[in-house]
Each structure stands twice: as C-alpha cells, then as structure tokens.
Design a protein around this ligand. Structure first.
Ligand code: SF4
Length: 366
C-alpha cells in the first residue's frame, strides 16, 4: 500500500490531579517525580518516532496535560516545539481547575491555538458527585482566560447520561455551555467501564430511550444555535471542525507518542505500552496490528461514515478499485429508502437517524 507523508501527531500525558469516578482512560495520579521522568522518555520517543517535522496538527491529550506543574509544563512545550513550527491546529486538553492564566500564556507563546476543556457537566452537585475537581465558576474563569490570551478556538466536552440526569438539567447544561461561546462542543454518552468507581457503585448507563432523547435534544438545540453536527459526537461552528480528528475519521496515518498512545504508521496500527514502570525504563512493548487492504477498506467505511462528509465514493473507488454503491446496491438502496443514508455529490452520508444506528449500518456494509 502507498506510504503517505504523516502530518499529525498525538501525544499522551497520563497524569491527573484526581481520578474521576467514571474514567477509563489511561491515567495516573500526578506525582512530580514520575512526571519528570516521563518527559525525559517522551522526548526520546518523539525523537525516535517522528521523522517529519512539518506537521499540520498536534493534539496533546490525557490524562490532563495541564496537571503538570508550571516548570514541567514549560518543558513539555519545549519538547514539542521542534515539531510544532508549521502546525495549523495545535490542541491541548485541559481541566478548568488547572488551566491557569500562566499556562495559557505559555501555550500561546508556543503556538497552541486550540484548547479542549473537560467540563462534562455544569451542575456543581453532579461534578462533586463524580469526583471532578472544578465548579462551573472555575469553567467561566478558565474560558475568560482562554479568551484573554487570544485563543479563540476552544472545545467543551460534555457527558450525556450522568447520574441524576434529566432533560431539564441537560437544557441547563447546554445553555450554560452556550453562554461560554465555544467554537466546538463534544458530547459523549456515559459508558460504565469495569474497574471504575461507577462500576463498583453499580451506576447504570441511561436506558436506550433516554439516551436517544438526550442525543436528539442536544442535536436540535445546538443546530438551532448555528452549530453543525459534523460527526456523531461533535458539533462546531462553521470552519471550526477539528482538523486533527478528521485525520482519524479520514483513515489517514498519524504518529502516537506517550503511554498507551495509539498511532498508525506505514500501514501498522499500534498502541504503546500502558505500563508506566516499563515506559519510564524506555521499554515500550506495543500492541501491533498490520492493516491489510481488506482492513483498510473496513476502516474507511467505519470511520468515514461517522462524519457529515461520509464516504467519498470516487476516492473509495480509486483506493480499492471497487464501486461501493454497485457492490452493495441492495443494502444501500434499502438504507436510503428508510432515510438512514443518502448520496450527495457522490458521497455516501448517514442521516441524523442513521447516525443513531450507525453500528448496525456499518455491520451490514462490511
Ligand atoms: S481528568 Fe480526564 S483523564 Fe483524568 S481521571 Fe478525569 S476523566 Fe479521566
């Protein structure tokens, strides 16, 4: 398969100041001693893995990158600096309580132009109950500081279906979030993962009917306010769709660096070790999956259909020498008749109803 130039980089910072009750990401309680060693190994890995210094997007996620103390945060920015010179979209994830004006000034200086803020709920009682360490007032201060340093592009994360959720509370969340004027909003349905406090406390995920109602409410309310739903879980004002995430959904290759980071290089999808001890010793046993042409085709369908650009049928034909519409005519026609898919400008796209049952559609197509 053709080797394309890789222009995107994901960096994982696994430390958090507190662990949220629902969290299933690779994260660890922040300790300075580990963070110092981590940055040393991260620098080495970047040096070994990233051979293109003209990247277009960088996304620093976690964990909580802003959990690092100021001096270590500066070192992190300096480590990334050789790779960020030509970047068009440079995102840092942040939590409101640790996103100080000082850190924002540092980020601005190093070219960070997008912040993704973990808000999750705007109800202080719910935030406390799920062990988040911020209040909605902290969010307002963080956003005011983001704007103060001149970063106009920021995302707000919101979880749908947290305990005690109701449509009224969700409307309040949405109105509170809209008052912040974010360019981008990501909404995720609550999933209760094993080994989390939620799981041990037997917290239930919302029933399907409620999930659907919440999802519809978000969709209709945000569309009325001028946002575009450009991916199953993501909304943005026009021109503020995440360039970095489109690399994933376009099935393009990217570097992934840091503990448990996933990457896709030279037709190999990999995931770094999740063992901090090993990582700090410079041992990185990766999980590796070689992507065959058939896998590539499946990924193309699975990932492309998540977005409002859908599957570019001409491009698909170009890559796989296959007319997807002709080869799946009956299935696709059936979905089109049921208003779950449509074709526009030779792109096969899921409708809003289709996005709600995307897994089922994809299963039939692959
Ligand atoms: S801050 Fe984010 S990564 Fe850290 S525990 Fe909470 S949800 Fe997980």
């Amino acid at each position: 398969m053709k080797k394309n130039k890789i222009t995107s980089l994901y960096i994982h910072i696994p430390f958090c100041q507190a662990i949220c009750d629902y969290c299933d990401f690779t994260k660890l309680q922040y300790f300075r001693i580990f963070a110092e060693k981590y940055l040393v190994e991260l620098k080495k890995e970047l040096n070994q893995v990233v051979d293109n210094h003209e990247l277009k997007t960088i996304y620093v996620g976690g964990g909580t990158p802003t959990a690092l103390e100021d001096d270590l945060f500066l070192i992190l920015l300096e480590i990334i600096e050789p790779y960020s010179r030509y970047v068009k979209e440079y995102t840092f994830e942040a939590n409101p309580e640790s996103l100080s004006l000082k850190k924002l000034e540092m980020m601005k200086k190093f070219g960070v132009n997008r912040i993704s803020l973990g808000v999750e709920s705007t109800d202080d009682n719910i935030l406390k109950a799920i062990n988040r360490k911020h209040t909605f007032d902290d969010v307002k201060v963080a956003v005011s500081n983001i704007k103060k340093v001149g970063i106009d592009n920021f995302n707000v994360d919101l979880i749908l279906g947290l305990p005690h959720v109701s449509k009224t509370l969700l409307m309040k969340d949405l109105d509170n979030i809209l008052s912040l004027e974010p360019k981008h909003i990501s909404t995720y349905s609550l999933t209760v993962h094993p080994h989390t406090v939620f799981y041990l406390d037997k917290i239930k995920e919302p029933e399907d009917d409620l999930s659907r109602e919440l999802y519809e409410l978000v969709h209709h309310h945000l569309l009325k306010q001028g946002y575009i739903q450009y991916e199953v879980s993501n909304f943005a004002l026009k021109g503020y769709e995440s360039k970095h995430n489109f690399v994933y959904w376009n099935n393009e290759q990217y570097y992934g660096v840091g503990l448990s980071a996933a990457g896709y290089i030279d037709n190999i999808r990999y995931k770094n070790t999740s063992n901090l001890d090993q990582y700090l010793k410079g041992i990185n046993e990766k999980e590796v999956e070689e992507v065959t042409l058939k896998d590539l085709e499946e990924y193309q369908i699975i990932l492309n259909l998540r977005t409002n650009r859908g599957i570019d049928l001409a491009k698909f034909n170009n890559i796989f020498n296959k007319d997807l519409y002709i080869s799946h005519k009956d299935i696709i026609d059936n979905f089109i008749q049921n208003k779950l898919l449509y074709i526009e400008n030779n792109h096969l796209i899921a409708t809003f109803e289709g996005m709600m049952i995307l897994d089922k559609i994809i299963l039939e197509l692959i």
